[in-house]
Design a protein around this ligand. Sequence first.
Ligand code: NAD
Ligand code: TDX
Length: 349
Amino acid sequence: MKILITGGAGFIGSHVVRLFVNKYPDYQIFNLDKLTYAGNLDNLKDIEQKSNYHFIKGDIVDQDFVQELYHKHKFDGTIHLAAESHVDRSILNPLEFVQTNVIGTVNLLNAARDIWKENYTNKLFYHVSTDEVYGSLGNEGLFTESTAYDPHSPYSASKASSDHFVRAYHDTYGLPIVISNCSNNYGAYQFPEKLIPLFIHNIKNSKPLPVYGKGENVRDWLYVVDHARAIDLVYHQGKQGATYNIGGFNEWKNIDLIRLMCQVMDKKLNQTEGTAEKLIEFVKDRAGHDLRYAIDASKINQELGWSPSVTFEQGIELTIDWYLENTQWLDNVTSGNYQTYYETQYVKR
Ligand code: NAD
Ligand code: TDX
């Protein structure tokens, strides 16, 4: 079995690659990644020498390259995670999100369809997507697989568009597909532009913690290893053409999550209780900031028997420990261009 995993040098992709390479020694795993600012081969140091792992540097936006790649390797399946993934960056540069998330996905779909039609390889195109395509909830309710799409940010609009293309290739050309829409992930190797690793990094360095608006937005958090386990199940047992929502029934108001992180970090850094909380600064809200995301994950639970393996309290502690133990990784990714980006982000109120 030859599987192409796109975006495997990124945060979630590296956990998926690791799981597949270790769990399925008989599979050949091809990791296609452009190595943007978010792609980092250090995320895969522990498996890079394995004989069933292959790295290919390349850009999914390059149509000829993608066609050649599929025709050369005749993959049995694709797990597509490569994307521009950060909402704040999508507000700064929407076109880059259209290029990678929409055009890049359509390039992969074309190549997968072509080899599927020619010789029935690429038996599954698995598209990894987000709960943000469903828009924003009020205080009540959960996103189900049949919730209407209502994206608000350039990022979620580009992911919604790519989801629609994937379904269109199934309905129009008969390409076997499956899609999953997951809630916010956290864990090791997440780039410190996202809330949890950014705040761990800032607390460690006694830097301000920029809370958007009043910190009242709600997100539904899932430990990344559990997302990778769900992707493994959906890839092998998901119904063709189906959608699965993935989430941990684990909603947190941002400010409550931040206070919890501050308490854990005070203990880990042997600081007086309350030290980290003093770093909190309420800053200008994100434009179009969705109020609340919450996933109904009962379908994947009932059909495929998936549920999270760790509680949030366990996951956040594992995550904080990882960042505190892997200072070299954090120092490497927060040098250079990171500083320039970070300075453009936070406007004090
Ligand atoms: P990430 O930003 O950490 O990684 C993205 C990877 O894609 C990087 O390695 C990058 O180099 C690569 N990439 C970007 N553009 C590329 C291109 N043109 N060609 C080839 N490779 C390219 O993202 P992530 O947080 O790991 O998210 C992975 C996927 O999961 C995305 O599709 C995202 O929409 C989805 N998702 C993320 C979350 C989350 O909480 N992070 C939740 C649900 C779904
Ligand atoms: O500095 C910050 N301050 C702050 O208050 C940052 C970076 C974020 N926030 C808020 C915004 C959100 O309400 O925290 C919440 C989480 O923000 P992010 O970590 O940027 O995640 P989010 O925008 O919710 O999107 C994430 O989850 C869904 C991923 O980035 C997406 O790729 C995924 O699809």
